[in-house]
Design a protein around this ligand. Structure first.
Ligand code: GLC
Length: 544
């Protein structure tokens, strides 16, 4: 299969499973210890055939000082030398397309690196033509920051620039100045970045920190929250809860900017016969705010990541409420998703223990919506303990970014034989957890993912069926139907340590069970045994 024109299938992204590649950590092609694009190209067969996903989302590959590992872009139209060259990016896109895999890039619209030529110019003089491509403000009357806003990473969001006597805004690290989407020149330049990559053939963008790109132009202070103190344990957002973030993000202008991005994508889709998508990285609960990113007529982002599972206790009742909350909030025609992990959080096994790994696999691939599978989760990788003195990420997110173990050889086959020390320690369990070891074990987590992906691909109910909650299974289980016109499947996942016998509403045939590599065909039954810390998928007989 090749990615060519959609053939009228503008909704390919609803059926797709997206695989998140963290480029530093996926595969090291040149042996310098850092993953790169040649490494990814070498593993495309794994993604397309061995695993069977449909698209890859690759983290920021642009030229960058790598303070925030690529989310600090210093040149949007070049590839960072750590990852390769522009020719490698072209080769990656072409090689992925040849295998039927779509390619989604990270687009970072809220900020650049302070080494980006735009910022270097803006910072040089108050009257620099690009000064207002960033957000500058005079000091408050006492000389302090222009507002009380706190950055996502703690402390003031404002950094004083002594040379020009003004503060610049940085919602994240101080080396990541926020750009000013109110400036038409900046807007045009950012849309040109999208064009540059669309012209190279990419199929869409995961848009970073999209809720952040417009702020109150009057820089009104955020109301303080007296109920919350700084939280030192939350390294990513230590000061987040000390104020209500009502003025430093989510200004309604941002919906116009999103509409412009979407129009550009639609235009490319119409001209090339291949629809391109926008996925929002949006932190904007409550649901009424979150759904606004989809646009009034679904003309905003195609979907936004739903991070609620990351905050929800790992137990059936709470997760069910979270699933239903999204189902209820989505406007007619919109499409759901549930994020189970990514490069910013501890891994699933780190958050909820080994017991969550198979349950999560079933949920991810059988709930309604587009799944995004974080690299290494298909191996059930645990977090890697890295002492703070060895952290590479200032916020300590390294634990979930360990090099992917491909083989059971020393170094886990992350790079070529004789290659350099990987940039982070390889997971100590690499021998048992590697791709090679797990492929050889029919009962491995990797083989469970492969079975689930294959099943999903051929199941109209799993691809597009409605979600109908079931009460069956008791307190330890989460059960639901996926109902499509030609097929109804029941999914039951068991969060408990004992197998549970569940009576389904109608007899059916088990298509998949997490504790068995193969389920032999047999008569339809309405009783099904759901393994401990696992699940089953059953195709129900037609009613009546
Ligand atoms: C997003 C990214 C995160 C990055 C931040 C700033 O949340 O996922 O890794 O640090 O934006 O760009």
């Amino acid at each position: 299969m090749r990615v060519q024109a959609d053939g009228g299938d503008a909704h390919w992204w609803r059926r797709a499973v997206i695989y998140q590649v963290y480029p530093r950590s996926f595969a090291d092609g040149d042996g310098d210890g850092v993953g790169d694009l040649r490494g990814v190209i070498g593993r495309l067969d794994y993604l397309a055939d061995t695993l069977g996903v449909d698209a890859l989302w690759i983290g920021p590959l642009y030229r960058s000082p790598q303070v925030d590992f690529g989310y600090d872009v210093s040149d949007h139209t070049d590839v960072d030398p750590a990852f390769g060259t522009l020719a490698d990016a072209d080769a990656l896109i072409a090689a992925a397309h040849e295998r039927g895999l779509r390619v989604i890039l990270d687009f970072v619209p809220n900020h650049t690196s302070d080494r980006h030529p735009w910022f270097v110019e803006a910072r040089a003089r108050r009257d620099a033509p690009r000064r207002d491509w960033y957000v500058w403000a005079d000091p408050a009357p006492d000389g302090g920051p222009p507002s009380n806003w706190t950055s996502e990473q703690g402390g003031s969001t404002w950094e004083f620039d002594a040379a020009t006597g003004q503060y610049y805004l940085h919602s994240y690290h101080r080396t990541q100045p926020d750009v000013n989407w109110r400036h038409p020149g900046l807007r045009a330049a950012m849309l040109d970045v999208l064009r540059f990559w669309l012209d190279r053939g990419v199929d869409g963008f995961r848009i970073d920190a999209l809720h952040m790109i417009a702020k109150d132009p009057a820089l009104t202070d955020n109301p303080p929250r007296d109920d919350a103190a700084p939280n030192g344990a939350d390294r990513q957002h230590p000061d987040h809860d000390t104020q209500w973030h009502v003025h430093d993000r989510m200004h309604p202008d941002l919906f116009d900017h999103i509409a412009r991005m979407r129009a550009l994508l639609d235009d490319y889709g119409a001209r090339t016969g291949r629809s391109r998508i926008a996925i929002g990285e949006v932190e904007a609960m409550p649901w009424e705010s979150w759904v606004r990113f989809l646009g009034r007529d679904l003309d905003g982002v195609h979907w936004s990541f739903n991070f609620n599972f990351l905050e929800t206790p790992w137990e059936p009742k709470a997760l069910r409420l979270s699933i239903e909350a999204q189902e209820e909030a989505l406007p007619e025609g919109a499409w759901p998703n549930h994020v189970l992990s990514n490069h910013d959080r501890p891994r699933l096994a780190g958050r909820h223990g080994e017991r969550s790994v198979r349950v999560a696999a079933v949920l991810l691939l059988t709930l309604r919506g587009t799944p995004t599978l974080y690299y290494g989760d298909e191996l059930g990788l645990p977090d890697v303990a890295i002492p703070p003195e060895c952290w590479r990420d200032p916020l300590g997110r390294d634990q979930a970014r360990a090099p992917m173990p491909w083989t059971s050889e020393p170094g886990g086959g992350f790079g070529p034989p004789g290659g350099g020390e990987p940039w982070l320690p390889v997971p100590p369990e690499y021998r048992e957890r590697s791709v090679a070891a797990q492929l050889a074990d029919p009962d491995s987590v990797l083989n469970l993912y492969r079975r689930l992906l294959a099943l999903r691909r051929r199941s109209p109910a799993l691809l597009s069926g409605a979600y109908v909650p079931l009460e069956e299974g008791g307190d330890d289980c989460l059960a639901y139907l996926r109902e499509a016109p030609g097929q109804v499947v029941a999914v039951v996942v068991n969060f408990g340590g004992d197998a549970v016998e569940v009576e389904l509403p109608r007899p059916g045939r088990t298509l998949l069970a997490t504790d068995r590599a193969e389920v032999p065909p047999g008569p339809a039954r309405s009783g099904v045994v759901v393994p401990a810390y696992g699940g089953v998928v059953v195709e129900l007989e037609r009613a009546g």
